[in-house]
Design a binder for this molecule. Structure first.
Ligand SMILES: NC(=O)c1ccc[n+]([C@@H]2O[C@H](COP(=O)([O-])OP(=O)(O)OC[C@H]3O[C@@H](n4cnc5c(N)ncnc54)[C@H](O)[C@@H]3O)[C@@H](O)[C@H]2O)c1
Length: 368
């Protein structure tokens, strides 16, 4: 039996309550699933810590994240905690952590669970696609750089490299091979989302994408401009399977995707590198509802499921893979039943009630 050590970063705002909810589920799972062993270290990091000490993530916390088998983060940042240049401290920590862990590919599933409120009048044959976001380059490569000329001009630079683009494209094709294809007809497909008609950097992104696509003749591929993709995601999302794109485009389109399938409270994410991985919900710290037991914890719980799936895949650990599936099935069951959901999904339940409902479903699963 392999024991995994997870570094937890509960963060700010609704972060700690979503993390507590996720621990309720993970503790229940470990208690009921023989062969699964998880241990946790938990650290303060983020905007509140910056307010108190001037740093977002102390060196020993970063070290622990690097030493752990995986990192689970809830959400960080507070709009009133800013640097002198006007930017929030949140990206300082997130970009720094991503760079330190080398997590180059972010996976953001956009999946409509039966019972979840769908923004579309007609959900067609269903919604189940994945946004794969290049996580270290693109417009975010400029973070900490850029330039400002007095009160008149400011710039940030888009950085696209062959290495970074090949890496994320390769990741997207390998992911497509593990999936069941698009809801429309089950066909696997990887779509490059770019702005190759306007920018040299993104024409290069597309060129490298098709260079890599040539190595995967079994998976069809195509390319769509990002503005058109935001239309197609709303008009016919069932046509898509895996979308791969530059960092900033992925940041934006994954929120649009979450909006299609019930909101940010149902948007998990996995950020994967060659050695390390970081898991967190796509949402932020929602300060307006923080501390009120109103936050939807399901995105964090689903992120923990993605974490177990990654650990299981990496370590060829069937128990871990099963654990990931058990959590996702329990979440799906709670959504389907619909009587214990937070207000963002139309319910009246609290964060802790939802956590307990998911944990109870795990109990049912282990009893059958
Ligand atoms: N990776 C991260 O940790 C991350 C990501 C995005 C934003 N942020 C930070 O979060 C703070 C707030 O940013 P924002 O308001 O733009 O985005 P947000 O995601 O916190 O909130 C957007 C909207 O979604 C709602 N929402 C978000 N998560 C929810 C949940 N789990 N349950 C119910 N409703 C939820 C909020 O109430 C709000 O209406 C900022 O400081 C920002 O920098 C952090």
């Amino acid at each position: 039996m392999t024991a995994y050590r997870i570094a937890l970063l509960p963060g700010d705002g609704i972060g700690p309550e979503c993390m507590r909810a996720t621990r309720t589920v993970l503790d229940q799972l470990v208690a009921g699933l023989p062969g699964l062993e998880l241990s946790f270290t938990s650290h303060q990091a983020g905007a509140e810590l910056y307010r108190q000490t001037g740093e977002t993530i102390p060196a020993d916390v970063l070290r622990d994240c690097l030493d752990a088998d995986a990192v689970l983060l809830s959400a960080i940042g507070l709009p009133d905690v800013r640097q002198p240049d006007g930017t929030e401290v949140q990206p300082m920590m997130m970009v720094g952590l991503r760079r330190a862990l080398g997590v180059h590919s972010a996976v953001r599933p956009v999946k409509l669970y039966p019972g979840a409120p769908c923004a579309l009048r007609d959900a067609g044959p269903g919604i189940d696609f994945v946004v794969v976001r290049e996580n270290l380059e693109g417009l975010f490569a400029s973070f900490g750089g850029g330039s400002r000329v007095g009160e008149e001009v400011a710039t940030d630079t888009m950085v696209i490299t062959r290495q970074g683009t090949s890496r994320v494209t390769d990741f997207a094709f390998r992911l497509a091979r593990r999936r069941n294809g698009r809801p429309l007809d089950g066909q696997r497909r990887v779509t490059c989302v770019d702005k190759a008609n306007v920018f040299r950097s993104l024409a290069f992104f597309r060129q490298v994408f098709f260079d890599v696509a040539g190595q995967y003749p079994d998976v069809p591929s195509d390319a769509v401009y990002v503005d058109a993709m935001s239309l197609y995601m709303v008009q016919r999302p069932w046509d898509f399977d895996v979308l791969v794109m530059e960092n900033q485009f992925g940041d934006i389109l994954s929120d649009l995707g979450a909006g299609l399938v019930g909101g940010l409270g149902l948007g998990p994410s996995a950020e994967i590198g060659d050695e390390h991985a970081l898991f967190q919900p796509s949402h932020g710290t929602a300060p307006q509802i923080a501390g009120k037991n109103l936050a939807n914890p399901l995105a964090t719980i689903l992120s923990a499921s993605m974490m177990l799936d990654w650990l299981g895949d990496k370590h060829r650990d069937a128990v871990c893979l099963e654990a990931a599936m058990i959590i996702e099935n329990a979440v799906a069951q709670v959504i389907r039943q619909g009587d214990c959901l937070t207000p963002d999904l139309g319910g009246k339940a609290g964060t802790s009630d939802v956590a307990q409902a998911v944990a109870d479903q795990l109990k049912l699963a282990s009893a059958t």
